[in-house]
Design a protein around this ligand. Sequence first.
Ligand code: PEP
Ligand code: MN
Length: 337
Amino acid sequence: MVIILKSTASQETRKEFIESMQARGLSVQVNEGSHSIVLGILGDTSALDLATLRANDAVEDVKRISEPYKAANRRFHPLDTHIEIKGRTIGEGFFSVIAGPCSVESEAQLSEVAEAVKKSGAGFLRGGAYKPRTSPYSFQGLETDGIQLLLKAKKLTGLPIVTEIMSENQLDEFADVDIIQVGARNMQNFRLLKELGHCKKPILLKRGLANTLEEFLMSAEYIMAGGNENVILCERGIRTFETELRNNLDISAIPMLKKMSHLPVIIDPSHAAGISWMVAPLAKAAIAGGADGLMIEVHNNPKAALCDGAQSLNPVEFDTMMADVKRRVEFEGKKLN
Ligand code: PEP
Ligand code: MN
């Protein structure tokens, strides 16, 4: 980190500032020019807050040389991370499809969808038991019963299950869940992220609706700093000025996240598009863009879905899309699992 001190700062103020950096265990190189004093700060500066430093009377400007995320940073972990789950691999030349309904609605609905997505080649079953809805009057999910139905569907199909957690208090209930999802709205629920850092379960972390890639990786860092390195990044569309789409799928995020980080990246075209006919073309773009997998919403009767029916594929549409996905994944030299 480089800190430029104001030329008007008194000797005493400069000395105090330098000592405050040294007291944090950092070494300070002082370069005195005719108009400014440039400090080179060496050591782990990740705990330093740029805004607080800039607000200091002695400081003219601050620049970070290295990124504030360390564990998630490719610079320190050049090789791709891959995550093993029940005999399947996410990342490292494998391509994973997570499919299932937005919400678990009933045993019949979930088992029908689970069997169908498995038959079409999905490697993981998704389904929301706890739903983060914009309106408190909308269906909130079957909660504990939903988790039980997911576990039943896992037994029935052998597919590992992915479901969203809303609070750290639910961790016991998620003991047999294979991948814990942190939804877009909870990407910056730091207490939840910290607690997830203390378990070893794979975490599917969704990018917030209006978060930068650096903020996204800082959230991954919260989980990893606690000792859980099994983080899967999921881009699911961000808010822009466009009104025709539910969200804009940020395809650029795939190569950029791959450059910034070693973590696997999967794409959720369902929440990005908000419209079912757009899911397949966006999925193609994701495969070509280098994604490690897809998360797709599938419902046995989308018109009657209690949540996100408009963006859900029916099993036949999903099967057609999967035939194309398989060809494209093979073309990329990856293996579907
Ligand atoms: C979901 O996956 O059902 C969901 C709520 O997604 P997001 O957090 O991306 O909105
Ligand atoms: Mn949904």
